[in-house]
Design a protein around this ligand. Structure first.
Ligand SMILES: *[C@@H]1O[C@H](CO)[C@@H](O)[C@H](O)[C@H]1NC(C)=O
Ligand SMILES: *[C@@H]1O[C@H](CO)[C@@H](O)[C@H](O)[C@H]1NC(C)=O
Ligand SMILES: *[C@@H]1O[C@H](CO)[C@@H](O)[C@H](O)[C@H]1NC(C)=O
Ligand SMILES: *[C@@H]1O[C@H](CO)[C@@H](O)[C@H](O)[C@H]1NC(C)=O
Ligand SMILES: *[C@@H]1O[C@H](CO)[C@@H](O)[C@H](O)[C@H]1NC(C)=O
Ligand SMILES: *[C@@H]1O[C@H](CO)[C@@H](O)[C@H](O)[C@H]1NC(C)=O
Ligand SMILES: *[C@@H]1O[C@H](CO)[C@@H](O)[C@H](O)[C@H]1NC(C)=O
Ligand SMILES: *[C@@H]1O[C@H](CO)[C@@H](O)[C@H](O)[C@H]1NC(C)=O
Length: 676
């Protein structure tokens, strides 16, 4: 502070030395701040408490002038040539809101102090309407123009220009400067509120005016912003006054500050010590303007981006987890699953979670995110919406089926082309995996017999013990699942109804599976409890023999059809020959014989001969003895095996490459190509 004061006093002293030497050709002064200076001020111009020269404050539609008090000789004689001179000053323009910036300010050399006629706001306080453009003005100015006035041919609203007797600049350029070691110019905003330096130099011999602009932090650039070849001898009179003029716009005020100023005739103006200059006040409006010009757009952009990305994310999620929900489904609330939950449960239906691929679709393992329950999710693709309503109603009613030998259907979820069915998870997978996979996980006889009784019990529940008759339509080893205790549990019941509803693509499928289809079902296409029993018969033989109902690669050819082969074994009086060789002798002969004979009985081509599931269970429990097979078969047909087992005869003819009349072509194709 004290140092500053000393500097100010020194500066003040200097001024007086210079002023005292006014008569001589060499005149110069320096103001590092304007504390206790003796400038000539008018209009809005004043010196602030901390030594800033405020040419105007933010009052609108006003002018301000600040002149060095003493006259300065620019020539030795009135008709001589003008001396060289140079000046440097630091200025700052601080608009109140930066919505509209004012006309600007100018460094001026004029014949009179304070430009008595210069009251016109739009002419930066340099001229009035009658004097503007008149040769008799003898005014030289460097304008820092922040308003594009078409009247004066302004190039833009932020330029520096050289004006002689007029505001129509002899030369002007957008405010810019040559930064260190660069050839191109960087733009500057005059009314940014930041202090900037300006140099004005006139070479009397070369008759050239140079004007150079730079931000406060930069050294004087090598290349001037403006360089005008012009003889000021006719413009400048022998003695002139130097100073600043500024005006404010009628709409919004701008404070024009000069922080420091040095001037010299016939020599280089003393360089300002920028560290000595007074500080600009902190402006509220400046902060607001920063907020408006930088903060607000930034916040808006960020907000906009957030909104865009947010909604994009939301939409993509919505699309990803989109599911179909119609009004009528609201009643099934508890049985509906959210697609999102199933998606998370199955880790996005990842391949690693795939349990298997059945006739209806792929099955994935999942853990429900809500209650951590393990489930199996079956993805069934469907086409038509038609019949969906009935089907879902059925699914939901099936979902109410609860039996220890049924795989519980927990619920469903619908998407556009997909139906997702959620089942209890069976840790041991399907039975056919145990019977056929390599290496075999062969089940013991007792385990097999237990599974058979389980399945019979489940099927009985479906047929007779529930409130309505449910036909399974697809009883087979791959639809029998084993729980943790190796209990057999029947799965996929009722699903075959999808075909009837026409909601599944009707390509290669006949509801049910080849080898398990009762002959009358093929003929009439009507599923009954007897057709389920027929399939159960095939299943019995399958479990006991460890062989698929149809083994296209079996040799000799007569053995392709399992039931045919078992029948022939029985005919030959050695039915136990058909028992799975993997069991060796480790089985109960009576039980095996019972299962095989029951399998044959259930496979009878006449539905009325087949036992009901209740009877089947009684036979399996041993509480009723199986009727004599030979009497039944002979009794019905009297011709023997051929017509009694009509179903397989057709398959036999099929296997010898003629198309079976009970099967659709597509089934034949899938059989011949070794299909499912
Ligand atoms: C500007 O200065 C004038 C004269 O000094 C004063 O009357 C006016 O109130 C000032 N305006 C503002 C906005 O400070
Ligand atoms: C300041 O300048 C005025 C003329 O503008 C002069 O009358 C006065 O004496 C000067 N004061 C000082 C201290 O130089
Ligand atoms: C300059 O003006 C003076 C009188 O004002 C005159 O005597 C002199 O000849 C003029 N010089 C030139 C070179 O015009
Ligand atoms: C314009 O300025 C001149 C000289 O400075 C003055 O004589 C004249 O009265 C002014 N006119 C107006 C309209 O202000
Ligand atoms: C210029 O100003 C002078 C006196 O101030 C006046 O006589 C003359 O008519 C003016 N010229 C124009 C073109 O206005
Ligand atoms: C500098 O400003 C001028 C005029 O306003 C403009 O044409 C030019 O593109 C700007 N240059 C840069 C680098 O912003
Ligand atoms: C003005 O600028 C030109 C070009 O940079 C330079 O050649 C000349 O010396 C400069 N004159 C003054 C007086 O600085
Ligand atoms: C500068 O402009 C004024 C007024 O337009 C004109 O009289 C003068 O001749 C110009 N000077 C130069 C060097 O262009």
């Amino acid at each position: 502070m004290s140092f500053k004061l000393i500097a100010a006093i020194v500066a003040h002293f200097l001024v007086h030395i210079s002023a005292g030497a006014a008569a001589s050709d060499d005149v110069g002064f320096i103001y590092q701040g304007f504390q206790s200076s003796n400038l000539s001020l008018d209009g809005l111009a004043k010196i602030t408490n901390n030594g800033l020269l405020e040419v105007t404050n933010t009052t609108i539609s006003q002018t301000g002038h600040a002149f060095y008090p003493n006259r300065i000789n620019f020539k030795s004689t009135s008709n001589g040539s003008a001396f060289s001179f140079s000046t440097q000053f630091v200025f700052a323009m601080v608009p109140e809101l930066a919505v509209v910036t004012g006309p600007g300010m100018a460094f001026v050399i004029a014949p009179t102090r304070g430009l008595p006629g210069g009251r016109s706001v739009k002419s930066l306080g340099l001229f009035n309407r009658s004097t503007i453009g008149n040769r008799t003005n003898h005014i030289f100015a460097v304008e820092l123009d922040t308003f594009q006035n078409e009247e004066f041919g302004d190039i833009d609203g932020n330029h520096v220009g050289i004006d002689i007797n007029s505001l129509r600049s002899n030369v002007s350029r957008p405010a810019s400067y040559q930064a260190n070691n660069k050839i191109s110019f960087d733009n500057l905003t005059l009314s940014s509120g930041q202090p900037m330096q300006l140099w004005v130099e006139y070479d009397g011999a070369d008759r050239r005016i140079n004007v150079t602009l730079a931000p406060i932090a930069d050294a004087k650039p090598k290349t001037p912003l403006l360089s005008l070849s012009c003889d000021l001898s006719t413009i400048l009179q022998q003695t002139m006054y130097v100073g600043f003029s500024a005006s404010t716009s009628p709409i919004e005020g701008t404070s024009h500050f000069v922080l420091g100023w040095s001037f010299k005739v016939n020599g280089d103006a003393q360089a300002l010590d920028l560290s000595q200059l007074p500080k600009l006040p902190r402006f509220g409006p400046k902060k607001v303007s920063k907020l408006f010009t930088v903060g607000l757009p930034l916040i808006c952009t960020l907000l906009l981006l957030t909104v865009i990305f947010g909604s994009a994310y939301y939409l993509s999620r919505k699309w990803k987890f989109a599911e179909v929900l119609e009004d009528w489904e609201l009643a099934y609330g508890p049985h509906r699953f959210k697609y999102k939950d199933l998606y998370i449960a199955t880790k996005g239906f990842r391949e690693t979670e795939l349990l298997g691929e059945g006739g209806f679709g792929r099955v994935y393992k999942g853990v429900l995110p809500t209650n951590k329950v393990e489930v199996a999710v079956k993805k069934v693709s469907h086409q038509a919406r038609q019949g969906m309503r009935e089907f879902v109603a059925e699914i939901v009613s099936i979902g109410r089926l609860r039996h220890r030998n049924l795989v519980s259907l927990l619920g469903y979820c619908r998407r556009k082309r997909e139906l997702l069915l959620v089942y209890e998870f069976m840790p041991n997978g399907s039975l056919d995996r145990f019977l056929y996979s390599q290496p075999k996980y062969t089940l013991h006889w007792s385990q097999r017999f237990h599974v058979i009784r389980c399945v019979a019990s489940g099927l009985l529940y479906l047929h007779e013990e529930w409130e309505q008759v449910v036909i399974h339509r697809d009883v087979k080893a791959s639809n029998v699942l084993l729980d943790g205790e190796l209990n057999g549990r029947l799965g996929d019941f009722g699903l075959a109804r999808l075909y009837d509803h026409g909601t599944l693509p009707q390509t290669t499928h006949v509801a049910g599976s080849l080898g398990y289809l009762a002959p009358e079902y093929n003929r009439a296409g009507r599923a009954t409890t007897s057709t389920d029993v027929y399939a159960f018969g095939a299943f019995l033989l399958e479990v006991a023999c460890g062989r698929r109902p149809i083994e296209p690669r079996a040799a000799p050819a007569e053995n392709i059809i399992l039931v045919d082969w078992v029948f022939s074994c029985w005919k030959a009086g050695n039915i136990l020959q058909a028992v799975d060789h993997n069991l060796g002798n480790e089985y109960v002969k009576e039980e095996a014989e019972l299962v095989l004979k029951l399998g044959l009985l259930c496979s009878h081509s006449e539905p009325v001969i087949r036992p009901s599931m209740r009877q089947v269970l009684l036979y399996l429990e041993g509480s009723v003895t199986l009727p004599d097979l030979s009497s039944l078969i002979i009794g019905i047909s009297g011709i023997g095996l051929g017509s009694a087992y009509g179903g397989y005869e057709d398959i036999k003819s099929l296997s010898s490459s003629s198309t079976g009349k009970y099967f659709s072509h597509s089934v034949a194709e899938s059989l011949l190509s070794g299909g499912r």
